[in-house]
Design a protein around this ligand. Structure first.
Ligand code: PMP
Length: 297
């Protein structure tokens, strides 16, 4: 049976409930993270928890525990569920308030941590590549709701996903208001051309932690990387395109808006990065069961 952390208690999934007056539900007023554990270690735990607190800071939400306590609560949730490979979802909402939107009416944030088994989200598509669609709905403007904030307000992303679903795409690619490439509905995007990697700067998208790992891996392995604004033309004429995210990991893109990318199969740079990423997730991370990892050495 799955155990969920709710406001300091560990409760069975059926009892893990929040009030209908919670502003996370009523207004999407809150922040969250998506984290993975591989082989008994949590990948980039501190970076994810730091981003959670950065998102909270940006919306003036005081999480009622330290980052260290949050890390420990995440590890304990994994232990209570006896998980080694997992997807972890910490959520912090503004808490219970009245029906008005004023956050001052919410006295105490709600803190939830869910941990489940969940394989990389694109299943068989890692072999053949995704069919991606650029969508007409534009990514939230940083001047309205900065995509850097991983907030519970994901309706912009959901609208993109609905459009991709209708058009038969596996993933939606957002442009921003100016028409430059932003990101996928739940992942960052990369382009490969002439052996170099290009990805948009993080002004109009989420500062992805998998994105950061890919930049590190590319630097370490002598693959030149450029963080630069990209347009549709750059996508259509790329030799390879791939998307990155905690749920998606690294996923090759084979088609965009009906154009075949490269030879329509996962390319060599993408495949190399997928392999290096796998090695990374297998060899680093915060131990969940300290004794187990120590015994392996
Ligand atoms: N962009 C969006 C909109 C996302 O939801 C995600 C998933 N968190 C990402 C990018 C990728 O971020 P990360 O690699 O940190 O999971």
């Amino acid at each position: 049976m799955s155990i969920v952390y709710v406001n300091g208690s560990f409760v069975p999934r059926e009892e893990a409930v929040v009030s209908v007056f919670d502003h996370g539900l009523l207004y999407g007023d809150g922040v969250f993270e998506g984290i993975r554990a591989y082989g008994g270690r949590v990948f980039r735990l501190e970076a994810h928890v730091r981003r959670l607190y950065d998102s909270a800071q940006a919306i003036m939400l005081d999480i009622p525990m330290t980052q260290e306590e949050m890390c420990e609560a995440i590890l304990e949730t994994l232990r209570r569920n006896n998980l080694r490979d997992a997807y972890i979802r910490p959520v912090v909402t503004r808490g219970v308030g009245d029906l008005g939107l004023d956050p001052r009416k919410c006295s105490k944030p709600t803190v939830i941590i869910i941990a489940i088994s969940w394989d990389a989200m694109y299943g068989d598509l890692y072999e053949v590549g995704l069919n991606a669609i650029t969508v007409t709905v534009r990514r939230n403007s940083p001047a309205a709701l900065p995509p850097n904030i991983k907030s519970l307000n994901y309706l912009n992303n959901i609208l993109a996903k609905i459009e991709a679903n209708i058009k038969g795409g596996d993933e939606a690619i957002f442009l921003d208001a100016e028409g430059t490439i932003s990101e996928g509905s739940g992942d960052n995007i990369f382009v490969v051309r002439d052996g170099k990697i290009y990805t948009p700067p993080t002004l109009n998208n989420l500062k992805g932690i998998t994105r950061e790992v890919v930049l590190e891996l590319a630097n370490r392995n002598g693959i030149p990387v450029h963080e630069t604004r990209l347009g549709l033309f750059d996508l259509y004429t790329a030799e390879e395109v791939f998307v990155t995210g905690t749920a998606a990991e690294i996923a090759p893109v084979a088609r965009i808006d009906g154009r075949v990318i490269g030879n329509g199969k996962p390319g060599p740079v993408t495949k190399l990065l997928m392999k290096l990423f796998r090695e990374c997730t297998e060899s680093e991370g915060t131990p969940i069961y300290k004794e187990e990892i120590a015994a392996r050495k």
